[in-house]
Design a protein around this ligand. Structure first.
Ligand code: SAM
Ligand code: SF4
Length: 321
């Protein structure tokens, strides 16, 4: 799949549900988001149909996200089915980790080799204030169990001024003793995120340099937006993802599918297409393929968060990150 600027699109992030067992203040309103009626949510069969068609057009990588993807019943069955689609090379998950200690065996058996676990703080009080729950221990147990099970673990942290900025060094230390990459992601002004102040990757690296000494630049992995560094004595790497200070739109390879079946082209803009309605109205596979390819052509060149332009009305919890 190629957009009109020649970029190859081979990565789809699917939001399995808008529901979440946390209420991170920069992502999800404390009262939650309005429940989408069950019938409006894509079924696994509908997702698999879209994936088979996209895989025929070059899709290689799928990431399950949400809301909290592990809340969707039968997620291990879905993963196993996705992994069997010819052409799909990797099925990955981004999770808050709460349910991982219980579920990592099932998702490993289903074919998941690597998970991204979101962790913004190691302080119980900060966790409670940020997420509205006291379940930090569940997340830490989820990280340990998953790592010990042999699934690759990456930690994603969103630094936010006045919330977790005192802890960036301690979070980075997770990468010292285990082969876990810790990645710091710049906050984007999407939904509730617009009400908080993020911290730039440059500032983070400066602070880590002061705390841990110099680092070697490892660089980017192919097509990943993360820039990696290796600090002396650390087993894992430190990554920075800089959508605000170093836009990576020119190499954007991804699309997003919301839980209600909207194929979303760019994090910022509402551009995209509803796939669910035509599917339920009986569109043929050829018709659906054509709709997807035509939609991909409309992918915007780049976000313009820096200009403060109007963003999609969806909250991050409804997009999947
Ligand atoms: N519930 C899962 C989790 O927390 O990993 C998956 C969904 S969550 C929306 C995916 C990621 O998006 C999380 O790492 C979260 O920190 C990040 N995120 C949410 N809002 C963001 C924002 N405004 N800017 C940057 N990252 C954001
Ligand atoms: Fe839930 Fe993830 Fe959003 Fe936190 S960041 S509210 S865990 S979807």
């Amino acid at each position: 799949m190629r957009d009109s600027f020649g970029r190859v699109t081979d990565y789809l992030r699917i939001s399995l549900t808008d529901r979440c067992n946390l209420r991170c203040r920069y992502c999800m309103p404390t009262c939650g988001v309005k429940d989408i009626p069950h019938r409006e949510i894509l079924s696994f069969e509908e997702m698999l149909r879209i994936l088979r068609i996209m895989a025929g057009q070059g899709l290689k990588k799928v990431r399950l996200t949400g809301g909290e993807p592990l809340l969707r019943k039968g997620v291990d069955r879905l993963i196993a089915d996705i992994s069997r689609i010819p052409g799909i090379e990797e099925t990955l998950i981004t999770t808050n980790g709460i349910l991982l200690s219980r579920m990592c065996g099932d998702i490993k058996n289903a074919g998941v080799k690597r998970v991204n676990i979101s962790l913004d703080t190691l302080d119980k009080e900060v966790f409670a204030g940020l997420t509205g729950t006291d379940r930090l221990d569940d997340v830490l147990k989820g990280i340990d169990t998953t790592y010990d099970s042999g699934i690759g673990v990456r930690i994603n942290c969103v630094p936010i001024r006045g919330i977790n900025d005192r802890e960036l060094e301690s979070i980075a230390l997770i990468a010292r003793d285990r082969e876990i990459d810790v990645r710091f992601i710049e906050l984007m002004p999407i939904g509730l995120g617009a009400g908080f102040e993020g911290i730039s990757s440059g500032e983070i690296l400066e602070r880590l340099k002061t705390a841990f000494g110099g680092y070697k630049e490892v660089g980017k992995e192919s097509r990943s937006p993360a820039f990696y560094c290796s600090f002396e004595g650390f087993k894992g790497r430190i990554g920075t993802i800089s959508p605000m200070s170093h836009k990576f739109c020119e190499s954007c390879d991804r699309l997003r599918l919301t839980s209600d079946g909207f194929l979303k082209l760019c994090l910022q803009y509402p551009a995209g297409a509803d796939l669910k309605t035509p599917m339920r109205e009986g569109i043929s596979d050829e018709g659906l393929e054509r709709l997807i390819l035509e939609t991909v052509k409309k992918k915007p060149l780049a976000h313009s968060f820096e200009k403060g332009e109007l963003t999609d009305r969806r909250k991050m919890v409804q997009i999947g990150g």
